[in-house]
Design a protein around this ligand. Structure first.
Ligand code: ASP
Ligand code: MG
Length: 451
């Protein structure tokens, strides 16, 4: 048994959904469960129209509903052309949007949107896409069954960010999905959507379909989870910065998590943790290029000094020098209390006997922070700093890789350097305008050298 999840771009229209059917057809022997996102962009539109209605812009909201209705009907008619169930499915789609229009009017009257009603609206995207995809499979002669995600994905009632009830899901998946797989049928369900024990609709939070796939995979003890998206997989660097970035064929979960913190997120590792913790490998594949190798994320991967390089521009560096820090217990705690008081999280930290340097993602409260820090000593700020993360499980096996990294930077000055406690992330703080050249130099050194 495997779980194959298709993101919004992979089910954006009839042509994309037809590719999904081909991909799954080739995997029939593996007993796939298909998990789909809403048609690309539908969730954004649903949330947008709900808030417009609550803000009194009912005509705009109704217009958006008609656009969504037309789009769903158009793609369904194309996919189900000539199929016996085309009228039934189109009737269901119409009914869903009629109901949504009534909801929009209620939001307008109330002038307010509760998290619970937001979830009821957002869920429509996945509930419809999964019904359309299941019917499209049947129209192509496959024995696919629509499974309502609310019958499987049991959650608590923290609306818009519901937490899964892992045991409940395991039991429901055994009841609802496994028998279908054993009969050789293809279950198709929406990601992102769940329901409380009282069967009130919830969602797992934006981008939650990867999480759904991972939870289902863990629940049925799948042999693999496949996340189908519109890129070939994870790359050794951001291809917009490094056009020659290479595909990472295998990466450990910890390495992927470090990279995600730097914005290199094809998928967010936290969402696949339930699967990876159970030893289920997660693959990232491109539905537009299904023959490509993809990336495998697993608990372990062959140990390399450097797996990938990530950069982040526009960070702020704050340096504090204080002779009082010398041998003063509690000093760091008092300094960090300042950042906490201004609700600002600190990214990279380095310290010496008489100084502390930190970087901040968000400099909104910088002025107030600086004022408070001035009480401790001399403060300096670099508003235009950048970060480089060199990530690899073997980066600190000896000092060779770190020496190579620093050597590669040549004339680029380094303001802070930090090796993570896990020893897999060597982070450097440099000037913002040096991030791109630094990434080019590092990528050339670690990935483009003829070996
Ligand atoms: N459709 C949802 C969203 O856009 C969930 C997902 O696609 O993962 O957030
Ligand atoms: Mg997504």
């Amino acid at each position: 048994m495997i779980v194959c999840k298709f993101g919004g771009t992979s089910v954006a229209d009839a042509a994309a959904i037809s590719r999904v059917i081909e991909i799954i057809d080739a995997k029939r022997a593996l007993q796939p469960v298909v998990v789909v996102s809403a048609l690309g962009g539908a969730t954004n539109m649903l949330l947008d129209l709900a808030s417009k209605a609550a803000n009194g812009e009912l005509p705009v909201a109704l217009q958006l509903i008609e656009q969504l209705r037309d789009r769903h009907l158009r793609e369904a008619r194309t996919l189900l052309h000539g199929a016996a169930e085309v009228d039934d499915r189109c009737r269901d789609i119409g009914a869903a949007f009629d109901e949504l229009a009534q909801l929009a009017e209620a939001f307008k009257t109330l002038g307010y949107l509760s998290p619970r009603s937001l979830d009821a609206v957002a869920a429509i995207g996945e509930l419809l896409s999964s019904q359309i995809v299941a019917a499209a499979f049947r129209a192509q002669g496959h024995d696919a069954v629509y499974v309502d995600a609310r019958d499987v994905m049991r959650t608590n009632d923290v609306f818009t960010k519901a937490e899964p009830d892992v045991n409940g899901i395991a039991q429901l998946a055994q009841e609802q999905l496994v028998p279908l797989l054993q009969q050789g049928r293809i279950p198709v369900m929406g990601g992102f959507v769940g329901a409380t024990a009282a069967r009130v609709t919830t969602t797992l939070g934006r981008g939650g379909s990867d999480y759904s796939a991972s939870l289902i995979g863990a629940a049925i003890d799948a042999t693999a989870i496949e996340i189908w998206t519109d890129v070939d997989g994870m790359l050794t660097a951001d291809p917009r910065v490094i056009p020659g970035a290479r595909l990472i064929e295998r990466i450990s979960f910890d390495e992927a998590a470090e990279l995600a913190a730097f914005g290199a997120k094809v998928l967010h590792p936290a969402t696949i943790a339930p699967a990876v913790q159970r030893g289920i490998p997660v693959f990232v594949f491109n539905s537009r290029n299904p023959a490509a190798k993809g990336t495998m994320i697993a608990f372990d991967a062959p140990r390399l000094p450097v797996r990938a390089i990530a950069g982040k521009r526009a960070t702020t560096m704050v340096k504090l020098r204080s002779s009082r820090m010398l041998l003063a217990p509690g000093f760091l705690r008092r300094v960090f209390a300042v950042f906490e008081a201004h609700r600002t999280s600190v990214d990279v930290v380095t310290t010496s006997e008489v100084s502390v340097s930190v970087t901040l993602d968000d400099a909104t409260n910088l002025a107030a922070i600086l004022q408070d820090l001035a009480a401790f000593g001399e403060v300096s700020v670099s508003p235009r700093a950048g970060l480089i993360a060199i990530v690899g499980a073997g980066i600190s096996d000896g000092s060779q890789a770190i020496a190579q990294a620093l050597g590669a930077l040549g004339p680029i000055p380094v303001h802070m350097a930090s090796l993570s406690a896990t020893g897999i992330n060597f982070t450097l703080v440099i000037d913002d305008d040096q991030v791109v050249p630094a990434m080019q130099r590092l990528h050339a050194t670690f990935f483009e050298r003829p070996s």
